[in-house]
Design a protein around this ligand. Sequence first.
Ligand code: ATP
Length: 276
Amino acid sequence: MRLDLDSVSVALGGRPALDHVSMTVHSGQFAALVGPNGSGKSTLLRTVYRARRPDSGTVRLDGHDLWSVPAARTARHIGVLMQEQHTGFEFTVAETVALGRTPHLGLFDRLTRADHEAIDEALHRTGLTAFTGRRVGELSGGERQRVLLARALAQQPRLLVLDEPTNHLDLRHQLDLLELVRDLDVTVLAALHSLDLAAAYADTAAVLQDGRLVACGPPADVLTPETIGEVFGVDATVHHDDGTARFVLRPRCVCPDACHWSCRTRRLSGVGADAD
Ligand SMILES: Nc1ncnc2c1ncn2[C@@H]1O[C@H](COP(=O)(O)OP(=O)(O)OP(=O)(O)O)[C@@H](O)[C@H]1O
């Protein structure tokens, strides 16, 4: 499923949270949204999973304006994993993942064999088969995050929207999740804080700053020291190695002289400390 944002703007609390953002995610591609806190990542995702109508501009799925398609149909196609998503803690893992089939069912429909297969497949792919009888409220944060991903996968969406999906996950499960998501034959739009993970797994990196899209393209072209410096205010060195990138990041000093921490070095070494 192809996703197009065309000059999407949203104002929140009287301030622009998204400012004429245009971007395309081609069918089956994985796009990572990166940017500092408050740059508009979650707001952009909300416009894509229809939780927030843009004030102007359009979001299109396979060429159709999201808001001109019946909500029930988009609910079938778009799988969502949000930050701090509420789950009924009293439900079991199997019951929670089965909820992923809801958009495909009529009011009085029962789960079919195909539904059960989709649920089992999602549990298997997320490594949760042994957890099916456990109550969600008894799980760790990372285990719960995997349950939510399994619920989104059980839906068999054509577009997967993920807001910080690696939150709460240990290193191994972060890699597992992104590898799983990348290998799905599904279009993926994910907000990620880790530039390393965005560079390693995404086909496209889209960089937001103050609600504006300041760069968008292959991660190796976009996640450059210049862009990272400008957007995040850190000094970055990027090492490219076998098609992957490794980032060495150092915070920049915010003193009036923008001295890149030489004031701190001086203070620590006692040399010229009075000058600060
Ligand atoms: N309901 C709201 N009312 C007013 N302002 C809001 C509201 N929700 C978000 N904002 C503001 O909109 C801007 C964008 O927020 P958003 O949550 O999209 O950023 P983000 O990039 O996802 O941040 P983070 O990395 O911290 O999750 C922020 O300045 C935020 O304070």
